[in-house]
Design a protein around this ligand. Structure first.
Ligand SMILES: [Zn+2]
Ligand SMILES: [Zn+2]
Length: 449
C-alpha cells in the first residue's frame, strides 16, 4: 500500500499514548473547574486542632526521615522486617509508647495505641503500609504511607490526656498482591475500631479514586500424556484446554461491564513438544468495581474453565484466591470531606472520581477494611498525573521533595481527620449512617463462598 511503512519487527512497537493523554487532558480541565469540597461538620474544637496541626509541622523532619529510611531499604510483602522495625522505633522515640512488632500473627505487622476508649469514647485506626515491589522498590510509594501514619499518630500523641478517645496505629504489611490487612482483620485487628484512615500517594489529590475488587483464579487442567506423534489419539491435551479458556476469556471481554478487568498468564504449558501436556495452568486476576459484579465475573470464569475441560476431555480444578480476595473500597463521604477540608489548608484541592479518570483503577486490601468499618483511603498527589504506580518513575517521585511534602500533608490530613472523628459526635453518627447506607458490614470471609 502506498505510504505504508513497516516497522522493524525485531522490536515491539511503542504503544500509542493518545487515549492516556486524552484522559489526562480531560482530568486537568475538570480539575481546574472543580470546586473545593466542603464539610457540614465542625469537627474538633479549634484549639485542639491548631495544637495538632502545629505538632505535625514540628514533626516534619522526623516524617521525611522515616519516609527516606523505608524507601532506601525496600522489602517485599511479608519480609518487611527493617521497615516494621523502623516504624516501631519511630513510634517509641516520638511518643514514648511501646509498639508491638508481630501483631495479629504477622511477623511484620505493627501495633501501638494512645488514649482511651473508657466510658464509650471512640477508637480510630490510622494505617500505614510499607511493603515494596520486587525489582522496582517503592514504586507504589508505601514509604510515604508509613511515614504519614506515624507522623499523624505522633502528632495526636502530643495531646496526652486531652485526646478525646483512642487512636490505634496499625502497620499493615503485605498490601502488594497479598491482602495483609485481610489476614490481620481475620485475627481481630479491626475489632473495637470505629473508623480506619489511610492515604496513598498518586498522580492526583482525590477522595474517592476507585480501588476495585480483585480475585485470583488458577485453572489447573489435567490431561492424559501421550506421544504427540506416535499416539496422540491416546492423549488428552491440557494445553488445548488452556488455549480454549484463554480465548474464551478474550471473547467474554466484549460482554463484560466496560470497567471490569480480566488478565492472565500461562503458568504451566507442558514440558516438550513431543509429549501431549498432561498438566497446564492458567492464572487470572479478575477485577470489578462492585462486589456483586465481581461475583458474577467469577461465575463466568468458572463456566469457561468447565467448558474448556469438557471440550478437551480434560479435568479441571479451580483454585480460588490462594491469598484472600480484595473487595472494592468504600469511601466514607463525611470523613472524606473532612480530609478534603484539611487538605485545602495545605494548598491541595482534593478532587473526586468525577474529575480523576476512574479508568486508571487498581485494587487494595484496604477495601476489605472499608467493608468492615467506616474508612477513608484518599490519594495524595506525589507525581505528575501521567505517572503510573508500580513504575521506577513513580519510585523516583516517592523519594523526591514532592514525596516528602505529600508525606507531611498526608500526616496532617490523617491527624486532623482522626481528631475530628474522635471529637465530633455528629460526624461519627453521619459516618456510621453513610457506612450503613453503603450496605453495612460485609462478611468478607464468606462473601464468595
Ligand atoms: Zn501497589
Ligand atoms: Zn500501593
Amino acid at each position: 500500500m502506498a505510504g505504508m511503512v513497516f516497522r522493524d519487527l525485531g522490536h515491539p512497537e511503542t504503544p500509542d499514548r493518545a487515549y492516556a493523554d486524552a484522559l489526562q487532558a480531560r482530568a486537568e480541565r475538570l480539575a481546574d473547574a472543580a470546586a473545593f469540597i466542603t464539610s457540614s461538620f465542625t469537627g474538633a474544637p479549634a484549639e485542639l486542632a491548631a495544637e495538632v496541626a502545629a505538632a505535625v509541622d514540628s514533626l516534619e523532619p522526623e516524617i521525611t526521615a522515616l519516609s527516606h529510611r523505608i524507601f532506601e531499604t525496600p522489602e517485599v510483602a511479608f519480609h518487611e522486617q527493617r521497615s516494621a522495625g523502623a516504624v516501631a522505633a519511630a513510634v517509641e522515640r516520638l511518643t514514648g509508647v511501646q509498639a508491638t512488632v508481630g501483631a495479629y500473627g504477622l511477623e511484620t505487622a505493627v501495633e501501638a495505641s494512645i488514649g482511651s476508649s473508657h466510658g464509650g469514647a471512640p477508637t480510630v485506626a490510622i494505617l500505614g503500609e510499607y511493603d515494596a515491589l520486587p525489582g522496582i522498590g517503592h514504586g507504589c510509594g508505601h514509604n510515604i504511607i508509613a511515614a504519614s501514619a506515624v507522623g499523624a499518630f505522633a502528632a495526636l500523641a502530643r495531646l496526652g490526656d486531652r485526646l478525646p478517645g483512642r487512636v490505634v496505629l496499625l502497620g499493615t504489611p503485605a498490601e502488594e498482591g497479598s491482602s495483609g490487612k485481610e489476614l490481620m482483620a481475620r485475627r481481630g485487628a479491626f475489632d473495637g475500631i470505629d473508623a480506619a484512615l489511610m492515604a496513598h500517594g498518586f498522580g492526583y489529590d482525590a477522595i474517592d479514586h476507585p480501588f476495585i475488587g480483585r480475585r485470583i483464579l488458577r485453572m489447573e487442567f489435567e490431561g492424559v500424556a501421550a506421544h504427540a506423534s506416535a499416539s496422540p489419539f491416546l492423549g488428552r491435551n491440557a494445553l488445548d484446554a488452556v488455549t480454549l479458556a484463554y480465548q474464551a476469556v478474550g471473547l467474554l471481554r466484549q460482554h463484560l461491564p466496560p470497567t471490569d478487568r480480566v488478565h492472565g498468564i500461562v503458568k504451566e504449558g507442558g514440558e516438550r513438544p513431543s509429549v501431549i501436556p498432561r498438566r497446564a495452568v492458567l492464572e487470572f486476576y479478575l477485577r470489578s468495581h462492585r462486589a456483586d459484579t465481581l461475583k458474577e465475573l467469577s461465575r463466568r470464569l468458572a463456566d469457561i474453565a468447565h467448558g474448556a475441560a469438557l471440550a478437551t476431555g480434560t479435568g479441571v480444578t479451580l483454585v480460588w484466591d490462594p491469598l484472600p480476595a480484595t473487595l472494592p473500597t468504600r469511601f466514607n463521604r463525611p470523613l472524606s470531606e473532612r480530609w478534603a477540608v484539611h487538605q485545602a489548608t495545605r494548598g491541595r484541592k482534593a478532587l473526586t472520581s468525577a474529575e480523576v479518570p476512574s479508568e486508571l483503577a487498581a485494587s487494595t486490601d484496604f477495601g476489605n477494611v472499608s467493608v468492615r468499618v467506616p474508612g477513608i483511603h484518599p490519594v495524595i498527589k506525589v507525581s505528575p498525573p501521567g505517572i503510573a504506580l508500580h513504575t521506577a518513575e513513580f519510585a523516583g517521585w516517592a523519594s523526591s521533595e514532592a514525596g516528602d511534602r505529600a508525606a507531611v500533608d498526608a500526616a496532617f490530613g490523617l491527624a486532623l481527620t482522626a481528631l475530628d472523628f474522635l471529637a465530633d459526635g455528629e460526624l461519627r453518627a453521619a459516618a456510621r449512617e453513610d457506612f450503613e447506607g453503603a450496605g453495612g458490614a460485609l462478611n468478607v470471609e464468606e462473601y464468595f463462598a
